[in-house]
Design a protein. Sequence first.
Length: 247
Amino acid sequence: MGNLDGQIAIVTGGASGIGLATVNAFVEKGAKVVIADYNEKAGKEVEKSLLEKKADVLFIKADVSSEESVKNLVAETVKTYGKLDIIINNAGIGTLSPTHELSFEDYNRVISINQNGVFFGAKYAIQEMLKTGGGSIVNTCSILGHVGEAGAFAYNASKGAVNTMTKSLALEYAKNNIRVNCICPGYIETGMVNKEALGDFYEGLVARHPIGRLGKAEEIAHAMVFLCENDFVTGSALFVDGGYTAQ
């Protein structure tokens, strides 16, 4: 089994939600973590809070839909820490719209962040991992990369791509000791996914999870740690979904 102590990790979308929970989980495991996020204010607040707790962290503003921005993110990480062991390609967005009313602009924005962001993150992380003998990549997929959701066409498309991109990368780089996996959360109670924001829709959403509740960001973060520590897992899609896709 691997060990995260002293490992250098990038977490995109690391200033909130699942990303923030993953940053905290990695810090607790002794990793040195680069918090990458487009929200500079939130990212710096997380950085400040963790530095006060003596964690070894660094915030770097990054737009994962921009290849140049992701290239710079990886370069700055290696410049600061000397190497890169782990990248969590977590940053993502969603949009709900009847597909016949979905603008190409909104569709393309989801694809640019959720799908292209994984490509850019993997591309530049792998370049560094090839120099140091291996590493671990975890992509945040979704249950909606495996099952459909009416009105979520762009999100379904992007996450379905992330699922198969993960398998392709795992096969291509297994010989280089670079493991690539994805995690498929169910609906997680964070951000706008909560009872107050969703109103009557909330209970219906809960009912679709046989375990009887929505997930917690910390539960996804725990699974992220597992995927990075277990050296025999690659090409996998780990479902942490309260039984959603078992139905």
